[in-house]
Design a protein around this ligand. Sequence first.
Ligand code: AMP
Length: 439
Amino acid sequence: MSSFKALGLAAPILQALDGEGYTTPTPIQAGAIPHLMEGKDLLGLAQTGTGKTAAFALPILHYLLEHPRKAAPRSARVLVLAPTRELVAQIGDNFAAYARHMKFSHAVIFGGVGQNRQVEAMKRGVDVMVAAPGRLLDLVGQGHIDLSTLEIVVLDEADRMLDMGFVHDIRRIVARLPEKRQTLLFSATMPSSIRELAHSLLKDPETVQVTPESSTVDRIRQAVLFVDSTQKKEALMMLVNSDRVVRAVVFTLMKHEANKVAEYLSKNGIPAAAIHGNKSQGARERAMQGFRDGSVRVLVATDIAARGIDVDEVSHVFNYDLPNVPEAYVHRIGRTARAGRDGWAVSLCDAEQRAWLRDIEKRIGKAVPVITDHPYHSADAQNSTLPPPVLGGGRGGRGGRNGGGGRAGGGRGRSSQQSGSRSAGAGQGGARNRRRRFS
Ligand code: AMP
């Protein structure tokens, strides 16, 4: 399908898409919209960055236009469930943007903030309610929201909702849904738990799958700069200072490091902000808003915090620290090159993190091109056979130990004492905890 008009979407929606600058439906949109406009249930296998939000939002808005009706008090006509408050807010914003030329009301429901405004927003009923499962159940339990009159239900990022332990909440919500409804389930992956959930929720669904993330990854131009660990900040500054860096996300492993890097960049005249789990909701929202409107050029984030970042035109991703889990590398660099755009992913790699780069290269199936003509290029780091760092240096807490240094390169069994906070000697032959995440 070559155009949104050919998909049969109503004029006010086409006008909004024009305003957004969307000319061509993405594959998930071209695949899903016709089924959804026929009222079919849908299983969509697609991840963030594929245009999946519009794939469900546009036909839902079309449906609302075609079937005008007032929502009942404390109810919505459409429910979109999403795992995090960032994603909930984002989906709400997308709906509002696509509905800007039509009469439309929506509410966003998520925890971490007071409930009064959300209760108030739902009082008279809305067309679309976008909600995180926990807070939604709270408000349903208190009698502020009634789910029995919903017409369309969307579960977005269902695999992430299950990963985050929402399975019981989802079951409780589902138990309150009306039997007659249209149901959509989107998931990036298809483990058996999702298969079962889909089977129990969807009636005679159509399945639309878009090409896996490798195709996006292929469009990202990747490079690595080997650096001395003591010169990382300066090297990053120099990279970020290029005119070509319009909007950048910088990744660190640790929250305190994210703060330090953001402060360093700000002090040196680059508008930067940090987002991570220790920041308040307000601070995170301000940082995200600044990033969207361009007043913050660089967002410094930890892996978990970055999951909610969905901003177009991220021209560059910089890995200030490489991730210790190869999968995280793929997620990180996927923040750039979205919706058909090009993007750069540049990693700083010091001697300690050299082993992680090898694991990443195995995961992506190719070597990351090396930048050698750079003042901060370090041949020592490039040739390092050091074992990877032991994160957290034996301190307690979530970012604590990871169970030993493991082996790298030639398989030496001990790690030397390293500089600064990312350090600690490792035991011999201890298993490396490859799965540990840091937020
Ligand atoms: P999503 O997968 O929903 O997170 O979408 C990724 C980004 O792609 C969104 O921020 C949209 O602004 C953008 N987008 C969605 N559909 C299109 C389209 N058809 N053309 C251009 N950009 C799009």
